[in-house]
Design a protein around this ligand. Structure first.
Ligand code: AN0
Ligand code: CP
Length: 317
């Protein structure tokens, strides 16, 4: 595997889930595979889970790991070609990428959507430059439009907890004070459809996602109706996608917060969120602390999704 940026890069999802299950049974079965191989993880944005779980996955495979926080200690990087670099950015990505590639066998990149220029975000300009100019396998550790390591971990988790072959999965928008990317929601929808789940997406008017990600899902604007009979409730905030409001917060309506009344509409459903989560905005304390909450198993499966991807990349080196 030369890149991991979306569900299609993984090939057969069924096979990927089988590989993940095998890794989960014994995550130390391949401690020699990554010997003398180096993973470079590059963060343009903050992270807790992605940083730790991906590093742990690499260590399980015997890899060496280097982590660079671009905004803390590295030169600030210009990402657009043709810019007169007379501002605060001291280095261009077009030099930085091949330099970093000299030191790494696999490169992971986190680069969120800027949420000001929709075209720039949806063309994945930063991630695509890494793919094009590094000559190394590239892993998206959340890019502008998708978060595939998270979605893969979410699907692994649903497979572990589902009680029927084709569960009803509800992706619901929930309020948040700041503008967040659509990446987690886009990606979850893409993977849930690929997994063959009965997916319903619910959000206030104005929060429609890019239809490229939601084909195969049912859109229901009434959150209570959407939640009826759900096996899994996947909450997430995202900012508006549609023009002219791209990247804006249109609502912080807390009637969309997932609470115990809403969970009671489900079929004894599980609560999911990728974390980090703002309690009592996205979800109430009692729901996230309940025995139906899968937020910790999801986070634990981030190690498994990352190790599955790294294993495949190492085998293809
Ligand atoms: C990020 C997002 O919504 O994309 C990362 C989630 C994994 N969340 C925040 O910035 C709070
Ligand atoms: N879920 C997730 O990707 O978390 P981090 O932003 O902490 O890495």
């Amino acid at each position: 595997m030369k890149k991991f940026t979306n569900v299609h890069d993984i090939g057969s999802l069924k096979q990927a889930l089988a590989d993940a299950a095998e890794i989960k049974r014994d995550r130390f079965a391949m401690t020699d595979l990554g010997k003398n191989r180096t993973l470079l993880m590059l963060f343009f944005n903050s992270s807790l889970r992605t940083r730790l779980s991906t590093q742990k996955a690499a260590m399980n495979l015997g890899m060496n790991v280097m982590v660079l926080d671009v905004n803390q200690g590295a030169w600030k990087l210009e990402t657009e070609r043709g810019v007169v670099m007379d501002g605060d950015k001291a280095e261009h990505l077009l030099e930085a990428i091949p330099v970093m590639a000299c030191y790494a066998d696999i490169i992971g990149v986190r680069s969120f959507a800027g949420l000001t220029d929709k075209r720039e975000d949806y063309e994945e300009r930063v991630l695509e430059q890494f793919i094009k100019y590094s000559g190394r396998p590239v892993i998206s550790m959340e890019a502008a439009t998708r978060h595939p390591l998270q979605s893969f971990a979410d699907i692994i988790t649903i497979e572990e907890y589902k009680r029927k072959e084709r569960p009803k999965v509800v992706l619901t928008w929930a309020p948040h004070p700041k503008a967040l990317p659509q990446a987690v929601a886009n990606s979850f929808a893409e993977w849930a459809v690929a997994a063959g789940y009965d997916l319903t997406i619910t959000h206030p008017h104005g929060y429609e996602l890019d239809p490229a990600f939601t084909q195969g899902a049912t859109i229901e604007y009434d959150q209570d109706k959407a939640l009826a009979g759900a096996d899994f409730v996947y909450a997430k905030n995202w900012s508006a996608y549609a023009d002219p409001d791209y990247g804006k917060v249109l609502s912080t309506d807390r009637s969309w917060t997932i609470d115990s009344r809403k969970m009671a509409l489900t079929d004894d459903g599980y609560f999911m969120h990728c974390l980090p989560v703002r309690r009592n905005m996205i979800v109430t304390d009692d729901v996230i602390e309940s025995d139906r909450s899968l937020v910790i198993p999801e986070a634990a499966n981030r190690e498994i999704s990352a190790q599955t991807v790294l294993m495949r990349m190492l085998k293809a080196l």
